[in-house]
Design a protein. Structure first.
Ligand code: DC
Length: 217
């Protein structure tokens, strides 16, 4: 059977991962959270005290790093880092890491290989525009900054991180700016992607909207 790809792009907190995970379960396809891959590399670079300006060492680090998904969890060099990659310190640095050309090149190659071998739903910023431009289905999820910041604030609190709502909102706006204004593969809606505004919508409502469009799988 031919592999089917579903691309989900959008800014932080738009609900991409929650929704993509549920659709993957419903359709029995693989879910790949590409943001988690950028976060895992960020964690490794920070742990190793690598300067984000030192391209040579960054490349060496990439070459000697293993990133894998197993049963919905992300493993960095064989260790489950699901929790660690959500730390505020990672939130603060990940956009800078994601703008480094060699980081993008290596991760995009891994992502394309996964989609060649599996039917996938992949979420990120450049899936419909860069990673899988020929994806059969493309969606661009958005929500107001206020709603996205509220969702992230609740998520952080649930995981035991104390950050004020104002701080989270400021960080989200800052990340939006960096992600949309970076030179290489910035966050933007692919021309053929379907726009879904999740502001004020429940998860189930958004899932229904998307499932309706992909019912051919
Ligand atoms: O989706 P997220 O918030 O976990 O993503 C973390 C960061 O990684 C975000 O600031 C943008 C970047 N990213 C990217 O540049 N390209 C992707 N395909 C996925 C994420």
């Amino acid at each position: 059977m031919d592999k089917v790809s579903i691309a989900i792009d959008g800014p932080a907190g738009a609900g991409k991962s929650t929704i993509a995970k549920k659709i993957a379960e419903a359709k029995k396809i693989l879910y790949i959270d590409t943001g988690a891959m950028y976060r895992a590399i960020t964690l490794k670079l920070l742990n190793n005290n690598v300067s984000l300006k030192n391209n040579e060492v960054i490349l060496e680090t990439l070459e000697s790093t293993g990133i894998e998904f197993k049963e919905g969890s992300i493993y960095l060099d064989g260790i489950n880092v699901d929790q660690e990659i959500r730390r505020p310190e990672i939130n603060k640095n990940v956009s800078e890491v994601a703008a480094i050309p060699c980081v993008r090149k290596v991760l995009v190659n891994i992502q394309r290989k996964i989609a060649e071998n599996n039917s996938v739903i992949m979420d990120g910023r450049d899936i419909g525009t860069r990673v899988l431009p020929f994806a059969k289905y493309k969606f661009f999820l958005t929500a107001s900054v206020d709603e996205r910041a509220k969702r992230r604030y609740i998520e952080l609190k649930k995981n035991g991180y104390e950050q004020s709502y104002e701080e989270v909102a400021e960080e989200i706006s800052k990340r939006d700016k960096m992600d949309t204004e970076r030179k290489l593969d910035p966050l933007r809606k692919a021309e053929d992607a379907i726009l879904v505004d999740t502001t004020g919508k429940t998860i189930d409502e958004v899932i229904d909207t998307i499932i309706e469009k992909i019912d051919t799988i």
